[in-house]
Design a protein around this ligand. Sequence first.
Ligand code: TXA
Ligand code: MG
Length: 325
Amino acid sequence: MTTKIGDTKQDLLQAATLLREGSLVAFPTETVYGLGGNALDREASRKIYAVKGRPSDNPLIVHLAKWEDVYSIAYPTKQAKALYDAFCPGPLTMILKKLPIVPDETTGGRDTVAVRFPSHPVARALIEAAGVPIAAPSANVSKHVSPTTAWHVYNDLEGKIPLILDGGASDVGIESTIVDLTGDEPTVLRPGDITAEEIKAVLGSADYYHGEIKEALAPGMKYKHYSPRVPCYLAKRESLESAYESLKAQGTTPVLIATAETIDLHPALNAISLGRDARDAQHRIYGALREAEKFGAAIIEDLSDRKEYFAAMDRIKKATGGNVL
Ligand code: TXA
Ligand code: MG
């Protein structure tokens, strides 16, 4: 199969037709690119798992265009409506009790469904044109870095899907915040651009899930994720240079991934910039991790002393998988 990248109205209409016919299409969202299929078609969901090489116990997020659409797939709660009014369309996913119409293949056999209303205009236009809810995980091969451009998707899925809609670089750059609204308290299962504090300001309570991610939570969080195909190490600001030199001494060509401010202090080192603030870092991290694959190893600045980098650090810790230098 040849994979086309397109950005015209015609391409959008073709994508909608492909989705209605049960095929898969990659499309841009404000967080990362998604690999979409008709969420109500169990065969389409099966194809998503096959194309990504993803374990089928890891459920998919269902993308909708507007609030009213939620009634066709889930039992919305007052809290869900309040969060919708505050943050949607935008980078937030809510876990709700599902209606029977959503097949087990889409929800990994659960009685809940993850619902999201993306703000990217191409994503919204595609959902409207397809006329069906769209199940979409990030459009990367399972365990690789999530894609934030059409070319990232092409590099992972070329030959496996017919069409990639190109909507430019994803603005947010990391996946949506996931909040579970089915328990006693709203619980944030995956950090993202919308923080638990912001959710708490709307609902009165909300916290990050602190325990180990087990079966009943977001199953995706238990897998090693977001890993570039080179060794990645986390290092404190003061150890970056020595970490770099020790890798070099072992014959590797390392690259430093750090804030612009930190890179300025190490002008002689190969470096990829995460920019000037936490928003920049979220926007750039996945591109930086893919860029690092051109080198022998990546050393990433530990930013966990700065609260605003919490969501970016969540992804960095997953990429480094506990490797510290
Ligand atoms: O920003 C995003 O959310 C992107 C874009 C494409 O919308 N999508 C995305 O999907 O990140 P994915 O499949 O890479 O991550 C979905 C996460 C997984 O950790 C999965 O386990 C969790 O959502 N999830 C999905 N349905 C769930 C459910 N019913 N209960 C608990 N967790 C669920
Ligand atoms: Mg993913």
